[in-house]
Every structure is written in structure tokens, then in C-alpha cells.
Design a protein around this ligand. Structure first.
Ligand code: C2E
Ligand code: MG
Ligand code: MG
Ligand code: MG
Length: 283
């Protein structure tokens, strides 16, 4: 009787599983090949100072130039890279590449206001026992001064790693690296503990910025986060700024930095360097 009952369901389930397993397997094979064949590329999005109006830094954002599927955004492959652990290798490549690029820009444009290269760190990467060692190696071999590097981590990474997270953050701070909390406001940070973490920047999530001019609640939240940052001795960055109106309000709120399509989309290195060379007054 089990046969009659289970047969059709078994087949359906099996086909679904099979299809998604094949897709995942294919993607995983692709990912491994992509690392070997250097199909990854970093794009750079400017972070603008609201105080000076010029570019303070860039955030490095990963892209995959897939031979068949074209340019892929991280949303399409980072989750699988996380699951399979390939993110560790990929993350190392990102850090190295971003530090090398930053150092090259600093050497080429010594008079520029350029201060920081921001690099996203995944949860798995953050938990690598040799993270500090790897970062130290990368800084040494690229010649980048650690005070030009900002690492972006999410609230979840800290919440889920408790005291060990503090230990890692303290070591990074000791090296002179700045820590920024990415997508702030969407996680579950304990405000009390936030105070004790060596964090320099709160990066307000794009989901609050987008509706800020149409929904008062979002504006209130942004104001609260900026105030919180300042009370804790941190700076605030607004991500996803797309309009002049948003920009004006953020300036009024004394938010220090802004990033978004209003200024520039993430750019390939050649376009980013042109922007550095032009050094425009952006606001
Ligand atoms: P994130 O770190 O919060 O990066 C900001 C994302 O918002 C980027 O998407 C950026 O292109 C997008 N963005 C910036 N300004 C605007 C705007 O004005 N409007 C809109 N609609 N979007 C804007 P992207 O490049 O697709 O990256 C998505 C996420 O993938 C990142 O979010 C980050 O969490 C992750 N990611 C990217 N590169 C890396 C990496 O090298 N390593 C790791 N672990 N994660 C990465
Ligand atoms: Mg980020
Ligand atoms: Mg972000
Ligand atoms: Mg985000």
C-alpha cells in the first residue's frame, strides 16, 4: 500500500530535487572553474563625503563575468559560494584585489581625498581562524596601510559569534582597520553590546533610504540611526541614495557619508580611476 500512496509523490519530489540539484551542482562546478579562470571582477562604487563633497572612498563589489550567462551580480552566486565554503577562497581574492587596487590609486593620486577601500566580509570568512593572518599577509604584500581599509560585516555576524566576534574585531582594530556594520537596522544588534564593540561606522540599509521621502517612519528610523552612531562615537553612511531630495535630508541630519546611484553605480576599475582623476565636487 505504501507503493500506491507514495509513488506519484515520490516521482514529483524526486524530479524537483533532481532539477535543483543539477542546477546547484552546475553552479558549483562553474564557481570552481571561475576561480581558476579568473572570471571574477571587482566593481567599485564611490562613497561620498557630505562634508567635503568629494569622494572619500569606494566599496568593492564582486561581479562574475560568466562565459554563458553574462555579468552576474553577487545575489546570484554568493549564497551558494557561502554554502559550499568557496566564499573563503573567493573572499581572499576579493580582499587581495581590492587592497592592491587601492594601493595603486593612492600611489597614482597622492593628493586625492581618497581615504578608504571598503570590502564586504562574509560570515564564513569572518569565522576563519586564520583571518587576521591572511589580512596581515595581504596588507604586507600589497603595501596598503591598514588605515585605508574598511571591512563591512553585518549585524548577524556579530550577533551569532558573540565573544569570539569581539576578539576578532579587537585584533582588526589593533591592526588599524576600520569596521563598518553593513545593512544596519535590518538585523538584531543588541544596542547595549554595540557600545562595547570596536566599530567605527554604521551603514544605514538601503531599504530605509528608498522610501524616506514618502514614509515618515523611515525618515524617523534614519534619524535615530544617525543619532545612535554619533552618540556611540561612530560615523553614519547612507547606502542607496538615488535622489537629490534624499541627499538634502541626509545632509540636514548630519550623516557623514552617502553612496548610491545618485552619484554613481558600481564601476569597473577603468571607469572608477577616471572618476578619481576628474575628482568632481559631487554635492
Ligand atoms: P551591500 O554590501 O549592502 O552593497 C550594496 C548593494 O547595493 C550593491 O549591490 C550595490 O550595487 C547596490 N546599490 C548601491 N547603490 C544603490 C542605489 O542607489 N540603488 C540601488 N537599487 N542599489 C544600489 P550588489 O553589488 O548587487 O551587491 C549585493 C550584496 O552582495 C552586497 O550588499 C554584499 O552584501 C554582497 N557582496 C558584494 N560583493 C561582495 C564580496 O566581495 N564579498 C561578499 N562576502 N559579499 C559581497
Ligand atoms: Mg557592503
Ligand atoms: Mg550595504
Ligand atoms: Mg545592502
Amino acid at each position: 500500500q505504501a507503493k500506491a500512496l507514495g509513488k506519484s509523490r515520490y516521482v514529483l519530489f524526486n524530479q524537483d530535487m533532481y532539477a535543483s540539484a543539477i542546477t546547484r551542482l552546475q553552479l558549483e562546478v562553474d564557481l570552481r572553474r571561475a576561480i581558476e579562470h579568473q572570471e571574477f571582477q571587482l566593481y567599485y562604487q564611490p562613497i561620498v563625503s557630505l562634508i567635503s563633497g568629494s569622494i572619500m572612498g569606494f566599496e568593492a563589489l564582486l561581479r562574475w563575468q560568466h562565459p554563458k550567462r553574462g555579468l552576474l551580480a553577487p545575489g546570484e552566486f554568493i549564497p551558494l559560494a557561502e554554502e559550499t565554503g568557496l566564499i573563503v577562497e573567493l573572499g581572499y581574492w576579493v580582499l587581495f584585489q581590492a587592497c592592491r587596487q587601492m594601493q595603486a590609486w593612492l600611489v597614482s593620486y597622492p593628493q586625492h581625498s581618497l581615504e578608504k577601500m571598503s570590502v564586504n566580509l562574509s560570515a564564513k570568512q569572518f569565522c576563519q581562524p586564520n583571518l587576521i593572518e591572511q589580512i596581515r599577509d595581504i596588507l604586507l604584500s600589497t603595501g596598503l596601510n591598514p588605515n585605508h581599509l574598511t571591512l563591512e560585516i553585518t549585524e548577524t555576524v556579530i550577533v551569532e559569534n558573540g565573544d569570539e566576534a569581539i576578539a576578532v574585531l579587537l585584533q582588526l582594530q589593533e591592526l588599524g582597520i576600520e569596521i563598518s556594520i553593513d545593512d544596519f537596522g535590518t538585523g538584531y544588534s543588541s544596542l547595549g553590546r554595540l557600545y562595547s564593540f570596536p566599530i567605527s561606522v554604521l551603514k544605514i540599509d538601503r531599504s530605509f533610504i528608498n522610501p524616506m521621502t514618502t514614509d515618515k517612519r523611515n525618515l524617523d528610523i534614519i534619524e535615530i540611526i544617525v543619532t545612535l552612531a554619533h552618540k556611540l562615537g561612530m560615523k553614519a553612511v547612507a547606502e542607496g541614495v538615488e535622489t537629490q531630495q534624499q541627499l538634502a535630508i541626509l545632509k540636514d541630519l548630519n550623516c557623514e557619508f552617502v553612496q548610491g546611484y545618485f552619484f554613481s553605480k558600481p564601476l569597473p576599475s577603468s571607469d572608477a580611476v577616471a572618476l578619481i582623476a576628474a575628482n568632481p565636487q559631487l554635492c
